[in-house]
Ligand binder design. Structure first.
Ligand SMILES: *[C@@H]1O[C@H](CO)[C@@H](O)[C@H](O)[C@H]1NC(C)=O
Ligand SMILES: *[C@@H]1O[C@H](CO)[C@@H](O)[C@H](O)[C@H]1NC(C)=O
Ligand SMILES: *[C@@H]1O[C@H](CO)[C@@H](O)[C@H](O)[C@H]1NC(C)=O
Ligand SMILES: *[C@@H]1O[C@H](CO)[C@@H](O)[C@H](O)[C@H]1NC(C)=O
Length: 397
């Protein structure tokens, strides 16, 4: 009798902790002792909520209500027993000092299936101090603390979430399948170092839609082993543009296959849409890259294949790249270029680009002396659709 009573009390307590809304059980971090005072670290409260939600055999929802919270490095590890929605309504702030991090990540989601991250909230990486200490251009082992990591997460949706002022990359997506970012916002100053928006590698099926990314580095960068990526209605800028690569620097890189960048606008970015590979590279391959219906506003190198990518002179530039690029289209790309060379297709002399199509390109140069925009090509013989301004790969250009 006594034990039964105890069981009922325990069940009642559990009911108090988790309230059902719709069909998902809600685990509100406030009920686990979180304080929205912007100073008390909520890691422990959040981990307790996570553990219960993850163990739930029916769909569950973790809630961080409106307010500002301090949050230390944390990893949400699966597998969980049922689909889980992580609803961040408030703003969580990372420790500002990099020394407070043991690893190179702030918030990590890994080995999860059917994850939704939503709620309109903000992950604030508080990167200012880290940016001032950044020495990644000369130190290979520099600290790279990333705001959000998704490792081996499948069937996921990240929607109505903002990542702000990350110390290094904002988002790293690794080994994920069927993953969508929708109405996702990335914001960092244009001069913040290495704050790439979304970096993707070894994935299959990633869609990024209706999103806005402004950073100090690539808005979206796509690394090796990536397949079936669609970037649609994304505004990029400031930043370095949308990039495939850099590739070829490491041994054993897998191919990149299938990228569609459609209906995007790039504004004030250093580069537009680009594929970059290192000279003196390991072999590799890039195929089926499609850039269509893109508006360029004051963009440097709006259309760029760069197989001589060698920042900080870290390579033997005279040895050609061995990364093969084939089946690439640039179609309906309009707007203004901030560099006189608006279209630059610099392919490898060892493995020339194959099946490159350029169609209906209209780019004008906005520089001070305002000559006409030009193009530069090597080791590529594109085919054309419609008309191009500037004329692309013309001998006289
Ligand atoms: C892809 O993920 C979404 C979001 O979780 C899910 O609704 C959909 O069923 C998944 N698609 C497949 C083919 O599993
Ligand atoms: C991405 O979009 C394409 C085309 O709309 C769709 O076929 C595909 O299933 C989507 N994939 C994901 C991961 O949502
Ligand atoms: C792209 O933009 C055009 C014109 O704004 C619109 O008609 C079309 O539906 C858009 N396509 C996609 C895939 O968003
Ligand atoms: C490249 O495109 C051609 C036809 O346009 C196609 O037959 C071939 O399979 C494609 N290759 C790759 C690797 O995508």
């Amino acid at each position: 009798m006594a034990s039964m009573k105890l069981q009922i009390t325990a069940a009642a307590a559990l009911l108090l902790l988790s309230v059902s809304i719709g069909d998902a059980e809600v685990f509100d971090v406030m009920k686990y002792g979180a304080k929205a005072d912007g100073a008390t670290c909520i890691s422990q409260a959040l981990m307790s909520a996570w553990k219960e939600a993850c163990a739930s055999t029916t769909p569950s929802k973790i809630l961080i209500p409106r307010g500002t919270y301090a949050l230390g490095a944390i990893t949400f590890q699966g597998p969980c027993k049922a689909p889980l929605e992580f609803q961040l309504q408030g703003t969580v702030k990372a420790p500002a000092e990099s020394a407070q991090f043991k690893e190179e990540s702030w918030v990590t989601f890994q080995y999860l299936d059917h994850l939704t991250l939503s709620g309109g909230g903000v992950f604030d990486g508080q990167g200012k101090i880290a940016w001032s200490q950044n020495d990644c251009h000369k130190n290979k082992n520099c600290r790279k603390i990333i705001n959000l990591r998704f490792n081996f997460v499948t069937n996921a949706l990240v929607q109505d979430i903002t990542t702000l002022d990350s110390k290094n990359f904002h988002v790293n997506v690794l080994g994920c399948k069927n993953f969508t970012f929708n109405r996702f916002t990335v914001t960092a100053p244009g001069n913040s170092p290495n704050t790439d928006g979304i970096h993707i590698a070894k994935v299959d099926g990633i869609n990024i839609t209706d999103s806005s990314i402004g950073t100090g580095d690539d808005c979206i960068s796509i690394g090796d082993g990536s397949k079936n990526i669609r970037v649609t209605r994304v505004n990029c800028g400031p930043g370095h543009g949308i990039s495939v690569g850099s590739l070829g620097r490491n041994k054993g890189e897998e191919s990149v296959q299938g990228l569609w960048v459609k209906n995007c606008t790039l504004t004030d970015t250093q580069n537009g849409v680009r594929i970059k590979t290192w000279p003196a590279s390991f072999p590799g391959s890039v195929s089926d890259m499609h850039f269509e219906d893109i508006k360029m506003v004051n963009v440097g190198n709006p259309i760029l294949i760069d197989q001589l990518y060698c920042p900080w002179n870290q390579c033997k530039a005279d040895i050609p790249s061995l990364v093969k690029i084939r089946n690439v289209t640039f179609k309906n790309i309009h707007g203004t270029s901030s560099t006189a060379v608006a279209v630059k297709l610099t392919c490898s002399s060892k493995v020339p680009c194959e099946n490159v199509v350029v169609g209906n390109v209209r780019l004008t140069y906005t520089g001070p002396e305002a000559p006409a925009a030009t193009s530069q090509c090597s080791n590529v013989a594109p085919s054309f659709l419609g008309t191009q301004t500037p004329s692309v790969c013309a001998k006289a250009a």
